[in-house]
Design a protein around this ligand. Sequence first.
Ligand code: HEC
Length: 174
Amino acid sequence: MNIQQFCRKRVCPAVEVVLKGFQNWGIGVFPATPILAVAFFISLGFAPPIFGASDKEPAPSYPSVEIPPEYQDKQMPKGWRTDSKVLTAGEAIYEGSANPDVNCAGCHGIDGKPTRKGKGAPDLSDPQVAQKSDALWFWEISEGKRRTKMRGHVKHLTEEQRWQVIAYMRTFAQ
Ligand code: HEC
Protein backbone atom coordinates (compact mmCIF):
# COMPACT_ATOMS: atom_id res chain seq x y z
CA MET A 1 0.00 0.00 0.00
CA ASN A 2 1.20 3.57 -0.55
CA ILE A 3 1.40 6.25 2.08
CA GLN A 4 -2.05 7.74 1.33
CA GLN A 5 -3.73 4.38 1.61
CA PHE A 6 -1.76 3.63 4.74
CA CYS A 7 -2.91 6.91 6.31
CA ARG A 8 -6.54 6.43 5.32
CA LYS A 9 -6.73 2.79 6.36
CA ARG A 10 -4.59 2.72 9.48
CA VAL A 11 -3.78 6.17 10.76
CA CYS A 12 -7.19 7.91 10.50
CA PRO A 13 -9.14 5.26 12.43
CA ALA A 14 -6.29 5.09 14.94
CA VAL A 15 -6.35 8.87 15.47
CA GLU A 16 -10.13 8.74 15.92
CA VAL A 17 -9.87 5.99 18.50
CA VAL A 18 -7.16 7.85 20.39
CA LEU A 19 -9.14 11.12 20.38
CA LYS A 20 -12.21 9.27 21.68
CA GLY A 21 -10.03 7.82 24.41
CA PHE A 22 -8.82 11.27 25.41
CA GLN A 23 -12.42 12.51 25.46
CA ASN A 24 -13.38 9.66 27.73
CA TRP A 25 -10.69 10.79 30.14
CA GLY A 26 -12.05 14.31 29.98
CA ILE A 27 -9.20 15.63 27.82
CA GLY A 28 -10.45 17.79 24.94
CA VAL A 29 -9.17 17.64 21.38
CA PHE A 30 -7.08 20.79 21.86
CA PRO A 31 -4.77 19.57 24.68
CA ALA A 32 -4.72 16.15 23.08
CA THR A 33 -3.21 17.47 19.88
CA PRO A 34 0.31 18.21 21.20
CA ILE A 35 0.36 14.80 22.87
CA LEU A 36 -0.56 13.21 19.56
CA ALA A 37 2.02 15.30 17.73
CA VAL A 38 4.78 14.06 20.05
CA ALA A 39 3.54 10.49 19.66
CA PHE A 40 3.55 10.96 15.89
CA PHE A 41 7.16 12.13 15.81
CA ILE A 42 8.22 9.26 18.02
CA SER A 43 6.39 6.86 15.72
CA LEU A 44 8.22 8.33 12.69
CA GLY A 45 11.27 6.55 14.00
CA PHE A 46 9.41 3.31 13.39
CA ALA A 47 7.92 4.32 10.06
CA PRO A 48 10.77 3.53 7.63
CA PRO A 49 10.60 -0.26 8.08
CA ILE A 50 6.84 -0.09 7.36
CA PHE A 51 7.45 1.66 4.06
CA GLY A 52 10.44 -0.48 3.23
CA ALA A 53 12.75 2.53 3.27
CA SER A 54 14.96 1.35 6.08
CA ASP A 55 18.57 2.46 5.86
CA LYS A 56 19.62 -0.34 8.15
CA GLU A 57 22.15 -2.96 7.13
CA PRO A 58 20.66 -5.38 4.60
CA ALA A 59 19.39 -8.51 6.28
CA PRO A 60 21.89 -11.36 6.40
CA SER A 61 21.49 -13.54 3.34
CA TYR A 62 20.62 -16.55 5.50
CA PRO A 63 18.27 -15.22 8.19
CA SER A 64 17.46 -17.53 11.03
CA VAL A 65 13.93 -18.93 10.96
CA GLU A 66 11.68 -20.10 13.71
CA ILE A 67 11.51 -23.90 13.74
CA PRO A 68 8.05 -25.17 14.78
CA PRO A 69 8.09 -26.63 18.32
CA GLU A 70 7.46 -30.20 17.16
CA TYR A 71 10.71 -30.10 15.15
CA GLN A 72 12.92 -28.07 17.48
CA ASP A 73 14.31 -31.02 19.38
CA LYS A 74 14.83 -33.33 16.43
CA GLN A 75 18.32 -34.76 16.44
CA MET A 76 20.41 -36.81 14.08
CA PRO A 77 20.95 -40.27 15.62
CA LYS A 78 24.41 -40.53 17.23
CA GLY A 79 27.27 -41.50 14.97
CA TRP A 80 25.26 -41.30 11.74
CA ARG A 81 27.23 -38.41 10.30
CA THR A 82 30.26 -40.62 9.79
CA ASP A 83 28.55 -44.00 9.36
CA SER A 84 29.33 -45.13 5.83
CA LYS A 85 26.15 -47.24 5.60
CA VAL A 86 24.06 -44.23 6.50
CA LEU A 87 25.90 -42.03 4.01
CA THR A 88 25.49 -44.58 1.21
CA ALA A 89 21.76 -44.84 1.95
CA GLY A 90 21.52 -41.06 2.05
CA GLU A 91 23.30 -40.73 -1.27
CA ALA A 92 20.91 -43.20 -2.90
CA ILE A 93 17.92 -41.19 -1.67
CA TYR A 94 19.48 -37.89 -2.66
CA GLU A 95 20.34 -39.02 -6.16
CA GLY A 96 16.99 -40.71 -6.76
CA SER A 97 18.25 -44.27 -7.07
CA ALA A 98 16.44 -45.42 -3.91
CA ASN A 99 13.10 -44.01 -5.04
CA PRO A 100 12.71 -42.36 -8.44
CA ASP A 101 9.89 -40.18 -7.07
CA VAL A 102 12.36 -38.56 -4.71
CA ASN A 103 15.26 -36.93 -6.48
CA CYS A 104 16.89 -34.20 -4.50
CA ALA A 105 19.84 -33.96 -6.89
CA GLY A 106 17.47 -32.99 -9.71
CA CYS A 107 17.17 -29.60 -8.01
CA HIS A 108 19.99 -29.46 -5.49
CA GLY A 109 22.63 -30.83 -7.82
CA ILE A 110 24.86 -33.90 -7.55
CA ASP A 111 27.44 -31.72 -5.78
CA GLY A 112 24.97 -29.67 -3.70
CA LYS A 113 25.00 -26.72 -6.08
CA PRO A 114 21.48 -25.94 -7.32
CA THR A 115 20.57 -26.93 -10.87
CA ARG A 116 18.46 -24.83 -13.20
CA LYS A 117 15.39 -26.73 -12.09
CA GLY A 118 16.25 -25.99 -8.47
CA LYS A 119 16.80 -22.28 -9.00
CA GLY A 120 16.61 -20.50 -5.66
CA ALA A 121 17.86 -23.46 -3.65
CA PRO A 122 20.83 -22.68 -1.44
CA ASP A 123 24.27 -24.00 -2.33
CA LEU A 124 24.70 -26.91 0.07
CA SER A 125 28.48 -26.77 -0.31
CA ASP A 126 28.52 -23.19 1.00
CA PRO A 127 29.87 -23.30 4.58
CA GLN A 128 27.38 -20.61 5.60
CA VAL A 129 24.45 -22.74 4.41
CA ALA A 130 26.02 -25.78 6.04
CA GLN A 131 25.82 -24.01 9.40
CA LYS A 132 22.05 -24.37 9.41
CA SER A 133 20.87 -26.82 12.00
CA ASP A 134 19.86 -30.43 11.47
CA ALA A 135 16.49 -29.68 13.06
CA LEU A 136 15.85 -26.90 10.54
CA TRP A 137 16.71 -29.11 7.60
CA PHE A 138 14.71 -31.99 9.03
CA TRP A 139 11.68 -29.71 9.30
CA GLU A 140 12.12 -28.32 5.79
CA ILE A 141 12.57 -31.75 4.24
CA SER A 142 9.54 -33.04 6.13
CA GLU A 143 7.13 -30.20 5.50
CA GLY A 144 8.62 -28.45 2.50
CA LYS A 145 8.79 -24.69 2.18
CA ARG A 146 5.66 -22.82 1.28
CA ARG A 147 5.71 -20.84 -1.94
CA THR A 148 8.89 -22.55 -3.12
CA LYS A 149 9.59 -25.62 -5.20
CA MET A 150 10.75 -27.44 -2.10
CA ARG A 151 8.07 -30.02 -1.33
CA GLY A 152 7.47 -31.85 1.91
CA HIS A 153 8.63 -35.46 2.02
CA VAL A 154 6.85 -36.88 5.07
CA LYS A 155 4.96 -39.25 2.81
CA HIS A 156 7.93 -40.37 0.75
CA LEU A 157 10.69 -40.64 3.32
CA THR A 158 10.65 -42.24 6.75
CA GLU A 159 12.25 -40.34 9.61
CA GLU A 160 15.31 -42.53 9.29
CA GLN A 161 15.59 -41.80 5.59
CA ARG A 162 15.32 -38.08 6.22
CA TRP A 163 18.26 -38.32 8.64
CA GLN A 164 20.22 -40.41 6.15
CA VAL A 165 19.78 -37.82 3.44
CA ILE A 166 20.72 -35.00 5.83
CA ALA A 167 23.86 -36.87 6.89
CA TYR A 168 24.73 -37.19 3.21
CA MET A 169 23.94 -33.52 2.46
CA ARG A 170 26.40 -32.53 5.19
CA THR A 171 29.23 -34.07 3.16
CA PHE A 172 28.96 -31.40 0.46
CA ALA A 173 30.52 -28.74 2.65
CA GLN A 174 33.25 -30.98 4.08
C1 HEC B 1 11.77 -29.40 -7.40
C2 HEC B 1 13.05 -28.98 -6.86
C3 HEC B 1 13.49 -29.54 -5.51
C4 HEC B 1 13.56 -30.84 -5.13
C5 HEC B 1 13.21 -32.10 -5.90
C6 HEC B 1 14.10 -30.82 -3.77
N1 HEC B 1 14.32 -29.55 -3.37
FE1 HEC B 1 15.05 -28.98 -1.58
N2 HEC B 1 14.81 -27.04 -2.08
C7 HEC B 1 14.43 -26.60 -3.34
C8 HEC B 1 14.40 -25.14 -3.32
C9 HEC B 1 14.04 -24.24 -4.49
C10 HEC B 1 14.79 -24.77 -2.04
C11 HEC B 1 14.92 -23.35 -1.49
C12 HEC B 1 13.60 -22.95 -0.91
C13 HEC B 1 13.67 -21.53 -0.41
O1 HEC B 1 13.40 -20.63 -1.21
O2 HEC B 1 14.01 -21.34 0.76
C14 HEC B 1 15.05 -25.98 -1.28
C15 HEC B 1 15.46 -26.02 0.04
C16 HEC B 1 15.87 -27.14 0.69
C17 HEC B 1 16.43 -27.17 2.01
C18 HEC B 1 16.65 -25.98 2.90
C19 HEC B 1 18.06 -25.54 2.73
C20 HEC B 1 18.38 -24.34 3.56
O3 HEC B 1 19.41 -24.38 4.21
O4 HEC B 1 17.59 -23.40 3.57
C21 HEC B 1 16.74 -28.48 2.29
C22 HEC B 1 17.35 -29.00 3.56
C23 HEC B 1 16.35 -29.26 1.15
N3 HEC B 1 15.82 -28.41 0.19
C24 HEC B 1 16.49 -30.61 1.05
C25 HEC B 1 15.99 -31.38 0.03
C26 HEC B 1 16.01 -32.82 0.01
C27 HEC B 1 16.63 -33.70 1.06
C28 HEC B 1 15.39 -33.20 -1.13
C29 HEC B 1 15.08 -34.59 -1.61
C30 HEC B 1 14.40 -35.45 -0.68
C31 HEC B 1 14.98 -31.99 -1.84
N4 HEC B 1 15.37 -30.91 -1.10
C32 HEC B 1 14.33 -31.96 -3.03
C33 HEC B 1 14.09 -27.35 -4.41
C34 HEC B 1 13.98 -28.73 -4.41
